[in-house]
Design a protein around this ligand. Structure first.
Ligand SMILES: Nc1ncnc2c1ncn2[C@@H]1O[C@H](COP(=O)(O)OP(=O)(O)O)[C@@H](O)[C@H]1O
Ligand SMILES: [Mg+2]
Length: 298
C-alpha cells in the first residue's frame, strides 16, 4: 500500500487511521477480512472500496437525520496531504473525515433475533435484560427494532452490553435519548431500503461522536462489516440464514478442522473470488449503482 506521510494514529482490524490536521482524520480501508474474529491472510480485492462506497452512499441518504463525519472520498481533495490524485491503490478506499470526540457507547440496533441476543432469549426469554414475546425463533424478526447499547471492553475484543440507564450514566440522559432515537431511525430507514432490494439487515452497530457539541454519525455505516446482512430469500425463522457476504468463507472454514485461532487457514482463489463477488453484489443491490463506476475499480 502507498506510504502515507501523515501522523499514523492507529491500525484496526480493517482500517488505518491518520491525522490529517485541522481536526480531520484520514481513514484508509484495507481489503482485510476477518472471520470468527481472526483476520485472514489473503485480502479480498476491492473489499475496502465496497465498504467505503457503501458508507458514502448511506451518509448521503441519512443526511436529513444526522450529519455524517465524511468530508470526501475523492483523492483530488487530498492534494494538500501529499497524496497523489492518481494513486491507484488508495483510489476509492479513503475517507477524509471530521475528527469527533467519540461517545463511549456502541450503538447497536437489532431488528432480528440472532447471535448473542438469540442465546440470551433462548435461556431467559429476554433480550438485553428486557422481556420479549414468547415463541420467537432463531432469526425471527423482532416486534420492533431495539436499541441495545454496549461499551468497549477495557481488555480484550468483546463488547459489554449495557442498559439504556447505564448508557445514560455514561453520556447523560438527553444525549443517550438522542443517540437511541437517531440510531433507531437510521436503522429503520436503511433496513427498509435494503429489504426492498433483497437484503435483510439483521442488526448493526453505529458509532456516534460529537463535533463542536453536535452529534455526528461516524465510522462506517450499514456495511457488511458493521452489520449482519442476510439474503432475504434465504431467511427462514428457526435457523440462522447464511451471511450475505462471508458465506463462501464460512462454508470453506466450516469444512476444515480449524480451531478458530490464528493462524488462519489459507483461502484459495475460488473462495476469494466468490467472496469479492458477494461484497460487490451487496453494494450494487443496495445502491443501484455499478461498482465499476467507483474510483479505483478495474
Ligand atoms: N470521525 C471519527 N473521529 C474519531 N474517531 C473515529 C471517527 N470515526 C471512527 N472513529 C474510530 O476509528 C476507528 C475505526 O477503525 P477500525 O479499523 O474500524 O477499528 P476497530 O477495529 O476498532 O473497529 C474506531 O476506533 C472508531 O471508533
Ligand atoms: Mg470498525
Amino acid at each position: 500500500m502507498t506510504a502515507i506521510d501523515l501522523p499514523h494514529l492507529s491500525t484496526g482490524k480493517v482500517r488505518d487511521i491518520y491525522d490529517a490536521g485541522d481536526d480531520r482524520l484520514l481513514m484508509v480501508t484495507s481489503d482485510r477480512l476477518s472471520a470468527f474474529d481472526v483476520v485472514m491472510a489473503e485480502p479480498i480485492p476491492d473489499k475496502g472500496r465496497v465498504l467505503t462506497a457503501m458508507s458514502a452512499f448511506w451518509f448521503e441518504r441519512f443526511a436529513h437525520l444526522v450529519q455524517g463525519h465524511l468530508i470526501s472520498t475523492d483523492l483530488a481533495d487530498l492534494a494538500d496531504l501529499g497524496i497523489a490524485a492518481d494513486d491507484a491503490e488508495l483510489a476509492g478506499r479513503v475517507m477524509l473525515c471530521r475528527k469527533a470526540e467519540m461517545l463511549p457507547v456502541e450503538c447497536i440496533v437489532r431488528g432480528y433475533l440472532t447471535g448473542s441476543a438469540w442465546k440470551e432469549y433462548r435461556t431467559s426469554g429476554t433480550m438485553h435484560g428486557a422481556p420479549l414475546p414468547e415463541g420467537l425463533l432463531e432469526s425471527s424478526q423482532l416486534p420492533e427494532p431495539v436499541f441495545t447499547p454496549s461499551t468497549k471492553a477495557e481488555v480484550g475484543d468483546h463488547d459489554i452490553n449495557i442498559s439504556f440507564g447505564e448508557a445514560a450514566d455514561l453520556i447523560g440522559t438527553d444525549l443517550a435519548e438522542r443517540v437511541r432515537d437517531v440510531s433507531l431511525r437510521i436503522y429503520a430507514e436503511g433496513a427498509a431500503w435494503a429489504a426492498e432490494r433483497g437484503i435483510l439487515i439483521a442488526d448493526t452497530k453505529f458509532e456516534l461522536g460529537l463535533v463542536d457539541g453536535e452529534l455526528i454519525l461516524c465510522d462506517e455505516v450499514l456495511t457488511p462489516d458493521s452489520s449482519r446482512f442476510w439474503p432475504a430469500d434465504h431467511w427462514q425463522p428457526g435457523a440462522t440464514p447464511p451471511s450475505f457476504d462471508k458465506q463462501p468463507v464460512r462454508d470453506y472454514l466450516d469444512g476444515l478442522d480449524w480451531d478458530k485461532t490464528p493462524p488462519p487457514p489459507p483461502l484459495g482463489d475460488e473462495v476469494v473470488v466468490a467472496t469479492r463477488a458477494r461484497y460487490v453484489e451487496a453494494y450494487e443491490r443496495i445502491t443501484g449503482r455499478s461498482f465499476t463506476d467507483w474510483p479505483g475499480v478495474a
